[in-house]
Design a protein around this ligand. Structure first.
Ligand code: CDP
Length: 215
């Protein structure tokens, strides 16, 4: 049986990867999985249990008991969830516990047409055989500006300087962890969105995807 197409989109926080992934999935009629939400969900579950997200034992227990049905909780998009996610994401047993769900989604997306996954290690670890891989990035300052505007519209009190500090700390943590560090797969297409508005970024991503999977 022919495998359904899989599109892997990785990159750092606020690079534009989530919007690009959502738009590609909607246009092609594919299912989209924002894998950051899984780590955000585990991070928030640890906090709800009164524990520290950097506590590997608590994070592992939360990941093993995690129910991906709750991924649309708006709390997962909050300014507390991002840093918590990046702490639990550095724990190897947490990544291991979330792996099968992500692979199953890629292999058998619910809509039966194809899958778009976005995250940090989709092209390198989760779906190394993806039909097309994108690595979406932008300078930390530009990403901080975008994320600041997004969080401010949700009522977050964080300043742009706070957001930049969080983004830089998360980049460092995500890129330096021993298991599944954030990085560009050798066969991923690089898309730097620093000087692109979101429409242009989506259009560039589309032309790469269409050339690769012939849609
Ligand atoms: O939206 P944003 O890019 O800020 O974050 P996200 O994609 O929701 O991911 C939150 C955190 O989860 C990241 O900082 C990573 O530490 C972690 N993550 C990961 O390790 N692997 C993934 N596939 C997705 C997210």
């Amino acid at each position: 049986m022919k495998r359904l197409p899989v599109i892997a989109i990785d990159g750092p926080a606020a690079s534009g990867k989530g919007t690009i992934a959502r738009r590609i999935a909607a246009t092609l009629g594919f299912d989209h999985l924002d894998t950051g939400l899984l780590y955000r969900g585990v991070g928030m579950a640890v906090i709800a249990a009164g524990k520290d997200p950097a506590d590997a034992v608590a994070a592992t227990a939360a990941a093993q008991g995690f129910n991906p049905a709750s991924l649309d909780d708006p709390l997962l998009r909050s300014d507390v969830a991002g840093p918590a996610a990046s702490k639990v994401a550095a724990v190897p047993a947490v990544r291991e516990a979330l792996l099968a769900f992500q692979r199953r989604f890629a292999l058998a997306p619910p809509g039966g047409r194809g899958a778009v996954l976005d995250g940090r290690d989709i092209g390198t670890v989760i779906c190394p055989d993806a039909d097309v891989k994108l690595y979406v990035t932008a300078t930390p300052e530009i990403r901080a500006r975008r994320r600041y505007l997004e969080l401010a519209s949700q009522g977050s009190p964080l300043s742009e300087t706070d957001v930049l500090a969080d983004i830089e700390a998360r980049d460092r943590r995500d890129m330096s962890r021993p298991v599944a560090p954030l990085g560009q797969a050798p066969d991923a297409h690089l898309l730097d969105t620093s000087d692109l508005d979101i429409e242009t970024a989506v259009a560039r991503a589309f032309s790469i995807v269409r050339a690769a999977i012939g849609t």
